[in-house]
Design a protein around this ligand. Sequence first.
Ligand code: 8YV
Length: 322
Amino acid sequence: MKPTVFIDRKVPNEVEAYIAEHCNIEKWEQSTHIPRAMLHEKLANASGLLTAGMKIDADLLERAPKLKIVSSISVGYNHFDLAAMKERGVIGTNTPHVLNDTVADLALALMLGTARRVAELDRYVKDGQWKSGDGLKLFGVDVHHAKLGIIGMGRIGEAVARRAKFGFDMDVAYFNRSRKPEAEEKLGVRFSQLNDLLAASDFVVMLAPLTAETTKLIGHNEFKMMKPSSIFINISRGQTVDELALIEALQSGTIAAAGLDVYEKEPIDADHPFLQMANVLTLPHIGSATTQTRFDMAMLAAQNLVSGLSGQTPTCMVDELK
Ligand code: 8YV
């Protein structure tokens, strides 16, 4: 008897076909969230759940008595209530590795796009404002040879460091819970205490996962430590930053600009101050959003799901549930 799994989003046909070889599938493919009552109905008989950001808490788990595994199509798993999952023996998996380079590419895109004001000056040309030469008003700042500070030196952080160091001759420092001697050796990056990194960097890139320790890690005091010419990039989770402090830092000139792919609330409200600020580059949480990478993530998540349901230990179990 095949186990039943619930898939809460559209996945590539090949991925669905792979899952169907091993499981009975219930699915929701609308762009809107599934109504709560319908979700509870689907979960009542589900042994597996394939999602990307659905909050997995005690209430949901209570309504899924057969649930053995939640497979997330994401590297971040802050939507997992790990204690509730552990208490019920529910496996949690994520999709690391396959998205490292794609996310790192976007971090560089945010650095370059913010430093050289790409979106702002694109609008300038398209709005017919370009009437003369390339005067001071079009100037940006250099990325090459600048000082980069990475907060969170995981797999994606190392991919960003590699690009910055060998692609743009940047001087790269990192802050991390633990030292990364191998990365220091192979990439020529150095560890820095957070306050020192903030004070010295021209670009600060937030890549730490969202945990209780990293929630609002960067606030008023931290922004005040940064250089007025510095640029803040967040491609991790919006909640790692005190967003009101970031707004104030940008409006007061405490820092020069920001490049953001993530926000405290997503989608961002239409009246959010960021959307009116020329020195803020805003992207809609597209860190891993390339066709190939999202396929690879979905397939890896499907493999995690199937292996978890067949009694094997999935390759990508989240550390806290191992
Ligand atoms: C996912 C993310 O990539 O991987 C992560 O942690 O930040 C997300 O962007 C996205 O939800 C696709 O599943």
